[in-house]
Design a protein around this ligand. Structure first.
Ligand code: SAM
Length: 409
């Protein structure tokens, strides 16, 4: 298939489709390595390359594209934040886990850690793994010093909170650097992270476009092992559905390239938002009439049934439909919190943060002990840079959980 032996070696080692960066780019890299190694010509260099276990890494360093920046495609971080906030409010003691693969020079996994801190998770409540095949990229990531341009999208509040500035360079603070574990690894290695527990969220962005069709298939197989059954895979905007389907189905979150595991043998999406909590609360709510406390079956579409339907739609990622149905819940039960809570979660998933806040505040007004609504409001306020209000809301959420008989975290 590959007439050029260097391209064939790069395809084999790192899955590179040379056409994605240009054949001249590979030829240029080979010339540089011929010079650097003191080989007489490309034939001599090829012999050296074939006979060495490590020379391919040096050649690969010259063709890899480590371009990255903080908060690249920010809607992905909104979705991460929503997932993390829901995980925290679920009361789960399991650490929320995120994988950045590939992580390049670290902007992506550090943006992940900063997002999770913004949401209010403590260092003990999450872990971030970051992997790239490039040794240079991993060294730079551990060094964690970036240009003003790279950190521009972090915004002034985060820059102040998470970075130290010196000579127009921005270094990630040590306590944030320690939250990300970097290592080298190859996406096309089927043994990558073998035995590791799967992750809640996997970022695999802006790399599939550089890989051959065969390499992409291998990567998708690895990703389906690394994403939890209820987890999310985030790809870059240039990486269309056909690259990841049928192993994954769209999570249908607008402006976000998010995928959820497909159920075996189907294209059904698994839960995307875990809105199920709203319907369980509605079913248990003392204000719900007795007949409505059970989860609805074939009963006529009363408010509880509509709430269940909206929850199912939200869980399946159909947020626009879910929004329409939850509107009917609120019309039927304007004095009860669960509809507003679900409306807030859906609006948040749709990126309508103002609507989300209005709905969640209404839920809290109607039910001042609604810990999940308080927690999600805290997340929205933190996202807005309003750290003080976020902290107050988190405290209220903790107290509400304690009063409701749950954990205080
Ligand atoms: C354009 S960067 C994307 C970084 C980050 N995910 C983002 O979206 O900002 C692509 C990265 O993929 C890495 N890469 C390419 N092939 C790889 C492979 N086979 N295994 C692991 N990393 C690879 C490169 O080293 C480079 O750092």
């Amino acid at each position: 298939m590959h007439r050029d032996p260097f391209e064939a070696i790069l395809a084999e080692r790192i899955g590179l489709d040379a056409a994605s960066i240009g054949h001249d780019e590979v030829a240029r890299a080979v010339r540089r390595r011929v010079e650097a190694t003191g080989c007489e010509d490309t034939a001599a260099y090829l012999a050296r390359l074939v006979g060495s276990d490590t020379e391919w890494e040096e050649l690969a360093e010259l063709v890899l594209v480590p371009e990255t920046w903080f908060f690249r495609e920010p809607t992905a971080f909104d979705l991460l934040a929503a997932r993390a906030a829901l995980h925290a409010s679920s009361g789960s003691r399991r650490r929320f886990s995120v994988l950045s693969l590939p992580c390049a020079t670290g902007a992506e996994p550090y943006s992940v850690a900063m997002t999770l801190l913004d949401v209010g998770l403590t260092a003990a409540q999450f872990r971030v793994e970051a992997i790239d095949v490039s040794r240079r990229a991993i060294e730079a990531a551990r060094e964690a010093t970036y240009s003003a341009r790279s950190v521009a999208r972090a915004g002034p509040v985060r820059r102040q909170r998470f970075f130290e500035e010196a000579d127009d360079l921005w270094r990630v603070r040590d306590d944030v650097r320690r939250l990300v574990r970097f290592s080298r690894g190859n996406l096309v290695d089927p043994q990558l992270l073998a035995g590791a527990a799967p992750f809640d969220v996997v970022f695999c962005r802006n790399v599939l476009i550089y890989l051959s069709g065969e390499a992409r298939l291998r990567v998708v197989a690895t990703l389906s092992r690394l994403v939890r059954p209820d987890g999310v895979l985030l790809t870059g905007h240039a990486e269309p559905l056909r690259l990841v389907a049928p192993a994954f189905a769209s999570a249908r979150v607008p402006r976000t390239f998010a995928w959820v595991a497909s159920a075996p043998g189907s294209n059904q999406a698994r839960p995307a938002l875990h809105a199920g909590r709203a319907v369980r609360q509605a079913a248990m709510s003392p204000s719900a009439p007795r007949a409505e406390r059970a989860l609805p079956g074939a009963a006529p579409p009363d408010a509880a049934a509509l709430l269940a339907q909206a929850t199912r739609l939200a869980d399946a990622g159909d947020l626009e439909q879910a929004r329409a149905v939850v509107g009917r819940v609120i019309l039927a039960r304007p004095g009860e919190a669960p509809g507003y809570y679900l409306a807030g979660i859906i609006a948040s998933g749709l990126g309508r943060h103002v609507d989300a806040e209005v709905a969640l505040r209404r839920a809290v007004y109607l039910d001042p002990r609604h810990a999940e609504a308080l927690q999600h409001l805290a997340f929205l306020r933190a996202r807005h840079g309003d750290a003080a209000e976020a902290e107050r809301l988190r405290l209220r959420a903790s107290l509400a959980r304690a009063r409701n008989g749950g954990d205080v975290r």
